[in-house]
Design a protein around this ligand. Structure first.
Ligand code: 13P
Length: 248
């Protein structure tokens, strides 16, 4: 039995003040929920504020990225040690927006995961196909390439996979529950063939998840949670997703 895992990826949204207002409103809404793992990944700038407010709560603190070196002359980058010092226990790596706008390759993603895991940070690895790739029936081939490149020489320990079809991100177009489960089942099968622990790893779905569709998505056997963008920016809508997932 895999525990449902709901994560907020705030992307480039929320100031420190907005982070504080959000968390103060959100925590009472999810108080006492222990059947779902809940994570918030604010911007780097808000990690300190979030860390202070989430201390001894049931919400885990995550970051949206990390660099693959330990320290040094890499202006603008953030190391695993810095994330740990902000009491972050998890990091999102390989988001499609980073692949698209910041030229992240599977090789870079792989180096980042290795650095995060070496420092005992948990990782949410994002993968997913574009609309063009889906329409050309290349979804599974794209997932194969991303999984083998990103997970090269890595075990599944401390890992979560987020399947985020690019065409469903921020577009209001959610994958149907069947489309989501088909991709998740494919990913799990790939992991079974290539790694140990495929049956216990959690696979989140991401792409226009809202309180209105979470129950449907979670009804699928291989959907273990969600990575949420837009709908995680309002306390009541993110709490609605968490409580929906708690029904699984
Ligand atoms: P939306 O929920 O806004 O579609 O974003 C999904 C996402 O990219 C989460 O990482």
């Amino acid at each position: 039995m895999r525990k449902p895992y709901i994560a907020a990826n705030w992307k480039m949204n929320m100031t420190n003040q907005e982070t504080e207002r959000f968390i103060n409103a959100f925590l009472p809404m999810v108080k006492g929920i222990t059947s779902v793992d809940i994570l918030i990944a604010p911007s780097f700038v808000s990690l300190g504020t979030a860390s202070r407010l989430l201390e001894s709560s049931n919400v885990i603190l995550g970051a949206q990225d990390v660099y693959f070196e330990e320290s040094g002359a890499y202006t603008g980058e953030i190391s695993p040690t810095m994330l740990l010092s902000a009491r972050c226990s998890c990091v999102i790596i390989g988001h499609s927006e980073r692949r698209q706008y910041f030229s992240e390759t599977d090789e870079i993603v792989n180096k980042k995961i290795k650095n995060a895991r070496k420092n005992n940070l948990e990782v949410i690895l994002c993968i997913g196909e574009s609309l063009e790739e889906r329409e050309a029936n290349r979804t599974f081939e794209v997932l194969d390439g991303q999984l083998s490149g990103s997970l090269k020489d890595l075990s599944l320990e401390g890992m979560t996979i987020a399947y985020e079809p690019i065409w469903a991100i921020g577009t209001g177009k959610t994958a149907s529950k069947e489309q989501a489960n088909e991709a998740h089942a494919y990913i799990r099968e790939w992991l079974r063939k290539n790694k140990e622990g495929a049956d216990s790893i959690r696979i989140q779905y991401g792409g226009s998840v809202k309180p209105e569709n979470i129950v449907d998505l979670m009804s699928q056997p291989d959907v273990d949670g969600a990575l949420v963008g837009g709908a995680s920016l309002k306390p009541d809508s993110f709490a609605g997703i968490v409580t929906g997932a708690a029904q699984k």
